[in-house]
Design a protein around this ligand. Structure first.
Ligand code: XMP
Length: 599
């Protein structure tokens, strides 16, 4: 089968590029950015990914220069674009402004990868450095206001590069660009999800051999699809599914997991109630990464405990989980990637088992959209396939913990600058004394949300304002619209960690939200709808709720969902009737710069 290789420099979207190429029907693999050119002779084309480093940093990863002599088409993206600029004799410098999010590029030469695209295209940027002089033999073929060399081409050698990200859905012409590149490589389009199922089934059989499989189940789409795949490949008698109920599921969801798996014919599922163990392990824990580590480690401990209780001999059993690709990449699971957040299935203890070859992960190369396709092919019911994704650590990562007020150092000056911008739109603003995780330029951030409030009745201009604030002020990585009450100037914060009471309040708020979107028929328009509890009292005592509905395709990028205001007002009314909720916010941050989950 013809193949295209993606060289991974640690970009958050490196694997997404491979996903897109596969979508175009060509098999695509990932290799480390510094792989030797001699290992790449079997590929029809080569793509250099983005990455968190700066090409001018002494320890940044460089490619083997021999890759440009292989005689195959090359496409550089973001860091890949800068690398081509740098190593082929051009010049790369820090940009004047950081560009995270949407931008418009003018395409000045509609040939090669730009054939068939418009004169002006909306694209997705996430960078600071940029190419300021193109290398000899290259022509500048696209530019944006802040990035004059947003695209360049050496038509003689078939080398192309772009500063923006054609692989994300937020670059609408992206698939045309990638399709043009695939056509230039001449690779035959022979890959499909069916061929993937066939291959992975054969791989499962080979890896498991005469052993049996102990599968960790979370009840979401991924582990359910993994369960079905394993059952089909090996037979139910050879698979033991363990669902560890940590106590952080949605209201009544633990029971529903069992029922929905039974419905698809899975009868080999066992449930372990770990609520007590989890709440006591997380007592007095505040930092998101510490929480995540405890959650993941305890998961491995419980799995060990259960397998010991069951007397499962490691010589006869192999562990499996339904990890999908974003879990790996966001945990810094590839050589050059930054840790954005540690997913429960990628904590150190689990990673050690994976490195020892003791864990089977049949979906680890796939994105959610591909997993859903596999689920459909295996006969999973539509409502299960299209369920909103739910993180492994569940509501634990949606229940923000905080020890005390936590403001940026230069708060007064910062608030003044931000206020000057938002007051032009007739709004007010306030930086909140808590922090959440974000991702900017392929790096993790842990910064403050700014709340904007006032008389807002439409989303017009909010998207731009949100992008402007997070681009301009590094102390801020999220923008919230304050919905209730009317005034956010008086805030109080309580020392809060994960307790049953807080999870129970969050479960109630989450249920109000999920029931509401089902009732008004917008659940399918929204890709995922986290409801987040933050220990912030607005005016009186109490906690606040943040609504975080997003549109996405594969979770690597996302836009905040723009709910009709009439509906939103009704939802706010319902939420405010819950006891203990004093503030309601709506997250108007895209990804990047904000991750979907807050922790
Ligand atoms: P972020 O918050 O990084 O999330 O934008 C991207 C997607 O991953 C989900 N998520 C997780 N899924 N284990 C999971 O199985 C985890 O630890 C985890 N953390 C985040 C998140 O819900 C979103 O769909």
């Amino acid at each position: 089968m013809d193949k295209i290789v993606v060289l991974d420099f640690g970009g958050q979207y490196a694997h997404l590029i491979a996903n897109r190429i596969r979508r175009l029907g060509v098999y695509s693999e990932i290799k480390d950015g510094d792989v030797s050119a001699s290992e790449l002779s079997e590929y029809k084309g080569l793509i250099l990914s983005g990455g968190p480093a700066s090409v001018s940093a002494p320890d940044s990863v460089k490619c083997d220069l021999g890759i440009f002599d292989l005689g195959i088409p090359v496409l550089g993206i973001c860091y890949g674009h800068q690398l081509i600029g740098d190593v082929l004799g051009g010049k790369v410098e820090k940009g004047k402004v950081r560009e995270y999010g949407s931008a418009v590029v003018k395409v000045t030469d509609k040939k090669g990868i730009f054939e068939g695209v418009g004169d002006e295209e909306r694209v997705w940027m996430s960078h600071f450095d940029q190419v300021v002089d193109e290398p000899k033999g290259f022509k500048v073929v696209a530019s944006s206001e802040d990035c004059p060399i947003a695209g360049m081409a050496d038509y003689d050698r078939n080398i192309f590069s772009v500063q923006f990200h054609p692989e994300v859905t937020h670059t609408p012409c992206g698939m045309t660009i990638l399709e043009n590149f695939v056509a230039l490589t001449g690779a035959k389009r022979e890959w499909s999800i069916d061929s993937y199922i066939q291959d992975v089934t054969a791989e499962i059989k080979e890896k498991v051999g005469a052993k049996k499989v102990f599968l960790l189940v979370s009840g979401g789409v991924d582990s359910t699809v993994a369960f079905l795949l394993l059952d089909k490949a090996l037979g139910q008698e050879n698979v033991y599914g363990l669902f560890v109920d940590m106590g952080f599921m949605r209201m009544n969801e633990g029971k529903q997991v069992e029922e929905s798996l039974k419905k698809v014919g899975v009868s080999n599922l066992h449930v372990y109630d770990a609520g007590e163990e989890y709440f006591s392990a997380l007592e007095g824990v505040y930092a998101p990464e510490e929480k995540r580590k405890i959650i993941g480690d305890l998961f491995v401990d419980i799995q060990e405990k259960v397998s010991n209780e069951l007397n499962l001999n490691p010589e006869e059993w192999i562990l499996a989980q339904g990890t999908i690709y974003p879990d790996t990449i966001e945990t810094g699971g590839t050589k050059h990637a930054d840790v954005i957040k540690t997913h429960h299935n990628r904590v150190e203890k689990m990673q050690k088992l994976i490195d020892e070859g003791k864990v089977l992960e049949p979906l680890s190369q796939l994105y959610k959209d591909e997993v859903r396709l596999v689920g459909e092919r295996l006969g999973l019911a539509e409502e299960m396939v299209w369920r909103h994704p739910f993180p492994g650590p569940g509501l634990a990562v949606r229940c923000l913990c905080a020890k005390s007020e936590d403001y940026p150092e230069n708060i007064a000056e910062l608030e003044e600058k931000i206020n000057a911008i938002v007051s032009e739109k007739g709004l007010k603003s306030k930086i909140l004394p808590v922090r959440s995780v974000g991702v900017q330029g392929d790096k993790r951030t842990y910064a403050h949300p700014v709340c904007i409030y006032g008389d807002v009745n439409s989303w017009d201009g909010l998207n731009e304002l949100s992008t402007q604030l997070t681009n301009q002020f590094p102390e801020v990585n999220r923008v919230l619209l304050g919905l209730q009450p009317d005034d956010f100037s008086e805030l109080s914060i309580q020392n809060s960690y994960l307790t049953r009471d807080r999870i129970s309040l969050l479960q109630q708020a989450d249920k109000v939200v999920m029931d509401f979107i089902g009732e008004v028929g917008i659940d399918r328009d929204i890709w995922q709808f986290p409801t987040v509890l933050i220990p912030l009292g607005v005016g009186d005592e109490g906690e606040s709720v943040v609504l975080r509905p997003v549109c996405s395709e594969e979770a690597m990028t996302a836009n905040f969902y723009q709910m009709e205001f009439e509906k939103l007002r009704e939802l706010v009314k319902r939420l405010s009737s819950l006891r203990g909720i004093s503030g309601i916010f709506y997250d108007v941050t895209n990804k990047p710069p904000g991750t979907i989950e807050w922790e």
